[in-house]
Ligand binder design. Structure first.
Ligand SMILES: *Cc1c(COP(=O)(O)O)cnc(C)c1O
Length: 434
């Protein structure tokens, strides 16, 4: 039972609790969530004309693909709770982690063979980078330690991942001299269906050729760039990256933390292109949004290279590595996802969002409307008035969290057609208000 009145809770929240990308004290009053079920969040207090239930258009940031309080996920976590919530992973192992790792190897592209379980996406990206740098160090090329990416990306908020986030959106100017200096290519041309631009390809190749001696890896989000600006590009650019990385002896990292597990219409965005990276990062939807867990997968060649070095170990080991509760949730989430025709659900949501958002392109101030898989984006020609847009969406009965110039949605895959239509209407209303 709740023990704090909503007013007390909000006063303490404002005084003491940091929220993502928030000031202290907080300036915007958050909604208090009491519980959640299916695709609906239950609020402690009515908002926007008396609504206490909002359809979740965000899947809790890409994560809750099966919705909330799913009986299968609840049962899996409860069952694991009855055995153990956690044990250290150094010197010990357990079935939930082993099964999960074997399963991830099975469903990801073939050369990926080894799994490092991390406790958040940013840490998985850190580990992916460490794998690449250590591979070159161990194989006698320690000077290969810079990273190349394209602009418009997002890879997390710890320092090394921050260094490959979009330099404008990622606030690099705050961190001059602190962040390692990485290399940036322009953002790839927009459009999932756009043909490969040969000029872009030769520009990218020029960068790789000039810097091949110092480059450890290219790291990108494949097909969908998420928190860096919600842009989509053609899988042809992933094939380009694979070819260039092979030609110039540079490793390729795909950060699939947002795109993994079906969101873009393929199980992994790499599958759109039929290419395999040397390292792949997973997170967000991995546990169906139940618990924090992420993974960095690598090829046998990278693991062998690291193991031949003067320090023949991957020197990383989070306290909560391989947490059994999180692994049990992940195993159950994969059972649910792969036990159904998830691609049909994603396509159904794609069709619903395409139809529902079609009229948004006529809204004054809207620059672009785009849909890919179960992701819908309305981009404005100005920064969103976030409180006004949030409230407009809530009035339609939907929870949205716009940022920068973007009102966007990535609903749980279980969202039924009526609710998808409602979400699209709320995105449009938020674009009008914001
Ligand atoms: C969210 C995200 C991350 C960071 O994951 P956290 O769990 O928030 O640390 C990294 N890369 C991509 C592509 C993401 O979307």
């Amino acid at each position: 039972m709740p023990q704090l009145s909503a007013d007390t809770l909000l006063a303490l929240d404002r005084a003491h609790v940091w929220h993502p990308y928030g000031p202290m004290p907080g300036t915007v009053t958050p909604y208090v969530v009491e519980s959640a079920s299916g695709v609906r969040l239950r609020l402690a207090e009515p908002v926007a004309d008396g609504r206490r239930e909002l359809v979740d258009g965000m899947s809790s940031w890409w994560a809750a693909i099966h919705g909330y309080r799913h009986p299968v996920l609840d049962a899996a976590v409860r069952e694991q709770l009855g055995r153990m919530s956690h044990v250290m992973f150094g010197g010990l192992t357990h079935e939930p982690a082993v099964r999960l790792a074997a399963r991830l190897v099975e469903i990801t592209p073939e050369p990926l063979q080894h799994v490092f379980l991390a406790d958040s996406g940013s840490v998985a990206v850190e580990v992916a980078m460490k794998m690449c740098l250590q591979y070159w160090q161990s194989t006698g090329r320690p000077e290969k330690r810079r990273l190349l990416t394209w602009r418009g990306g997002y890879h997390g908020d710890t320092f090394h991942p921050m260094s490959v986030c979009d330099p404008d959106g990622g606030m690099h100017h705050l961190w001059g001299g602190v962040l390692p200096g990485q290399l940036f290519a322009p953002q790839p041309p927009a459009g999932f269906d756009a043909p490969l631009d040969p000029e872009y390809a030769s520009l990218f190749e020029g960068l790789m050729e000039r810097h091949t001696d110092e480059l450890a890896a290219v790291i990108v989000e494949p097909v969908v760039q998420g928190a860096g600006g919600m842009q989509f590009h053609s899988p042809a650019y992933l094939r380009m990256l694979r070819e260039l990385c092979d030609r110039y002896g540079v490793l390729l990292v795909f950060d699939e933390i947002a795109t993994g597990f079906g969101r873009s219409g393929a199980l992994f965005a790499a599958d759109h292109a039929g290419v395999s990276p040397d390292v792949m990062c997973l997170g967000k939807a991995l546990t169906g949004g139940y618990l924090t867990l992420a993974a960095a997968l690598c090829t046998g060649e990278i693991a062998d290279g690291i193991s031949r070095g003067e320090m023949p170990v991957l020197a990383h080991g989070p306290t909560f590595m391989g947490n059994p509760l999180a692994c049990a949730a992940a195993n159950a989430s994969l059972d649910l996802l792969l036990g159904q025709d998830w691609a049909v659900e994603v396509k159904r949501i794609e069709a619903g969002l395409s139809e529902g958002l079609a009229a948004a392109s006529d809204v004054p101030g809207v620059r672009d409307v785009r849909v890919r898989g179960a992701i819908g984006v309305v981009q404005l020609d100005h920064p969103v008035d976030v409180p006004a847009a949030t409230e407009a969406a809530a009035r339609e009965g939907v929870w949205l969290r716009p940022f920068r110039d973007l009102v966007y949605t990535m609903p749980p895959y279980v969202t039924q057609d009526e609710d998808v239509a409602r979400i699209a209407a709320a995105v449009t209303a938020a674009a009008v208000a914001g």
